[in-house]
Design a protein around this ligand. Structure first.
Ligand SMILES: [Zn+2]
Ligand SMILES: [Zn+2]
Ligand SMILES: [Zn+2]
Length: 281
C-alpha cells in the first residue's frame, strides 16, 4: 500500500449541513443524527516518497488537512491541485497565508486561467506575491509526474466559467487509475464520452450534486446545471461498481443512508462517497 487516495469530504461547495439552512436534512445533520460532510476533496498519498497532495482546497481545509495528517503522518502535504475557482474548490488556500500557515512556496497546480485568476485577484494575489504558494499551470492531457509512482493528468470539462475554466483529473498509481470530476454541467455537453472515460479507470468519483430535478423547487436547474444522479446511473449501469458519487448538495437524498434513493443507487451497484473512504492506487 505505497500509494493511496483518501476521500476527505463528499458534499457540494457549501458542505453539509449548509450555512443558514433549516431543511429537514440539514437540521438532522446539525443535530448529529445524519453524518455531516465537508465539501468534496481528495487526498493522494505516496507513502514511499513520504509526500501527499490534495485535489481541491475547500472551505473545510483546516479539518481536512488535519484528517490527512492523521491518515498519513509520514507524508506531509507537498502541493494542491485545483479543479476550478468556485468557492468549494479553492478558498481553502486562504489558510496558507501569513495570517495562518505562512507556507513557503507550496506548489498549487491549476489551469492557466485559474492561475491567472489567483494572480490577478485579492486576497489570492497576496499568496502569490508573498511566495506562500507557487503556481504551476497544468496543461490538458499532459501528466504531472509527482513521484515515479503517482501521476495526475488534467482533462477539461464544461462547467459555469465565471472566474475560471474547470479541470477534472485522472490520477494514476502503480496499480489503479482514478477519475476525479466533482463538477460538470452535463455529460452530453462534454466532448469526451463519460462511459468510455469510466471504463478506462478503476474508480470514478463523479458529480452527484443533485439526485433528481424534484430537489430544488423554485430554482431553475438550468442556472445550476449538473448531471442528475438518475441520468448518470442510467448511462453507467453496466459499470456501476466503478462509480462513486460525490459533491452532493444538502438537498440530495443520497446524504441520508436510510433514504429510498440511496438504497436504490446502492442496490444498482453504485457507491456514495463519504469522508474516510480509502483506495489503494
Ligand atoms: Zn463545486
Ligand atoms: Zn439544507
Ligand atoms: Zn463549480
Amino acid at each position: 500500500m505505497t500509494v493511496e487516495a483518501v476521500l476527505l469530504g463528499s458534499a457540494q461547495d457549501g458542505g453539509f449541513p449548509q450555512a443558514g439552512c433549516a431543511c429537514a436534512a440539514c437540521r438532522a445533520a446539525w443535530a448529529g443524527t445524519l453524518a455531516a460532510e465537508a465539501p468534496t476533496a481528495l487526498a493522494l498519498i505516496d507513502h514511499e516518497a513520504g509526500a501527499s497532495w490534495l485535489i481541491d482546497a475547500t472551505p473545510a481545509f483546516p479539518t481536512q488537512l488535519n484528517y490527512l495528517k492523521r491518515a498519513a503522518p509520514d507524508a506531509p502535504l507537498r502541493g494542491i491541485f485545483l479543479t476550478h475557482a468556485h468557492i468549494g474548490h479553492y478558498t481553502g488556500l486562504i489558510h496558507l497565508g501569513r495570517e495562518v500557515m505562512n507556507s513557503d512556496r507550496l506548489p498549487v497546480y491549476a489551469t492557466e486561467r485559474t492561475c491567472g485568476f489567483l494572480t490577478a485577484n485579492a486576497p489570492w494575489s497576496q499568496l502569490v506575491a508573498f511566495g506562500n504558494i507557487a503556481l504551476h499551470a497544468v496543461k490538458p492531457g499532459t501528466p504531472v509526474d509527482l513521484t515515479p509512482a503517482l501521476h495526475v493528468t488534467p482533462i477539461m470539462v464544461p462547467h459555469r466559467a465565471e472566474f475560471s475554466d474547470t479541470a477534472a483529473y485522472v490520477v494514476e498509481g502503480p496499480a489503479r487509475a482514478f477519475f476525479y470530476c466533482p463538477d460538470i454541467d452535463g455529460w452530453a455537453q462534454w466532448d469526451e464520452d463519460i462511459a468510455t472515460v469510466v471504463a478506462s479507470v478503476d474508480v470514478a468519483l463523479l458529480d452527484g450534486t443533485f439526485y433528481s430535478a424534484a430537489e430544488l423547487p423554485g430554482r431553475n436547474l438550468a442556472e445550476i446545471p449538473h448531471p442528475l444522479v438518475t441520468e448518470s446511473c442510467a448511462l453507467l449501469a453496466g459499470q456501476a461498481a466503478r462509480v462513486v458519487f460525490v459533491h452532493m448538495n444538502h438537498s440530495n437524498p443520497l446524504l441520508d443512508p436510510a433514504s429510498a434513493e440511496r438504497r436504490s443507487v446502492e442496490d444498482a451497484g453504485f457507491s456514495v462517497g463519504a469522508t474516510g473512504m480509502r483506495w489503494v492506487l
